[in-house]
Design a binder for this molecule. Structure first.
Ligand SMILES: Nc1nc2c(ncn2[C@@H]2O[C@H](COP(=O)(O)OP(=O)(O)OP(=O)(O)O)[C@@H](O)[C@H]2O)c(=O)[nH]1
Ligand SMILES: [Mg+2]
Length: 255
């Protein structure tokens, strides 16, 4: 049976984390045809999250907890992914938020896509069946839609419809283990996710998008801000230029 580890960064998510753990472990995992494990990467939370997750890891054998050492969301993922691969021996790793914006009911269809042969599964808001919250203001919907479109244009990727989603599943062998995680760009920020996506798309032989009904955060505070957003666009432009340079180099050699 394949082992799938959900790497879930959590920083001051006391209002969400207990319910999230219980929904996954009690409701979702038993319906999934894989050995499902949840690895929480705590960022030295100060609101009681640490105590909740540590206690859950003692109660449920599917729940594991580690603390990140370097600041930033990227480093939380690097530490979590390394632990999932080396210690938990994961066959595939999922990236998932703790605040219910990635509703637990979407874990199963993503795992099913992997079990049917996908090497990279993307929870997509911008394909049929996917959506962003109806309660979002038009301005927020526009920023999300056009931000994503901008990144598709700079990376010249029109096959994948959602390049900025945070809900993804990646096969380890030949895909995730070929990436030098510690060398990803901007690991101190949310934007490392664009570099991770860019490299994973290159390694994956079969990428599948699964509809995601993205929910709105209702509890606890957001850790996202304008600095994170600008950094994401900067990184996309950098990767876009790098890609075109390679294209020109190959073209010249070919010619
Ligand atoms: N370990 C760790 N977790 C983090 C860090 N920053 C954010 N998180 C977690 O990463 C996930 C995504 O952060 P959010 O604040 O929800 O960011 P977002 O979803 O882009 O923004 P919202 O739509 O406002 O929720 C959540 O589970 C956070 O608790 C960090 O530096 N370290
Ligand atoms: Mg969120």
């Amino acid at each position: 049976m394949d082992k799938i580890v959900i790497v879930m960064p959590a920083w001051n998510e006391t209002e969400n984390i207990k319910r999230m753990i219980e929904e996954l472990v009690k409701r979702e995992f038993p319906t999934i045809d894989a050995d499902m494990q949840l690895l929480i990467v705590d960022n030295h939370s100060t609101d009681g999250t640490t105590e909740i997750v540590e206690s859950a890891s003692k109660t449920y054998k599917h729940v594991h907890v580690i603390e990140q050492d370097k600041p930033g969301l990227g480093w939380a993922y690097v530490k979590g992914m390394r632990y999932a691969i080396n210690e938990l021996k994961a066959d595939a790793v999922m990236e998932m938020d703790a605040d219910f914006q990635h509703p637990p009911r979407f874990v199963k269809p993503m795992v099913d896509a992997y079990l049917s042969g996908a090497e990279y599964v993307i929870g997509s808001r911008y394909i049929k069946g996917g959506s962003v919250p109806k309660t979002w203001a038009i301005s927020r919907k526009a920023i999300s839609y056009f931000g994503n479109l901008f990144i598709r244009i700079v990376l010249l990727n029109f096959k994948i419809h959602d390049l900025t989603t945070g809900f993804r599943l990646t096969k380890v062998d030949g895909v995730l283990n070929k990436i030098d995680l510690e060398k990803l760009h901007k690991l101190d920020r949310f934007s490392h996710k664009v570099d991770l996506l860019y490299q994973t798309l290159k390694n994956s032989k079969k990428t599948v998008e699964v509809p995601l009904e993205f929910a709105s955060r209702t509890k606890d505070k957001s850790k996202f801000n304008w600095k994170e957003a600008i950094s994401t666009f900067e990184l996309a432009i950098l990767l876009g230029i790098k890609d075109k340079q390679r294209f020109i180099k190959f073209g010249t050699v070919g010619f």
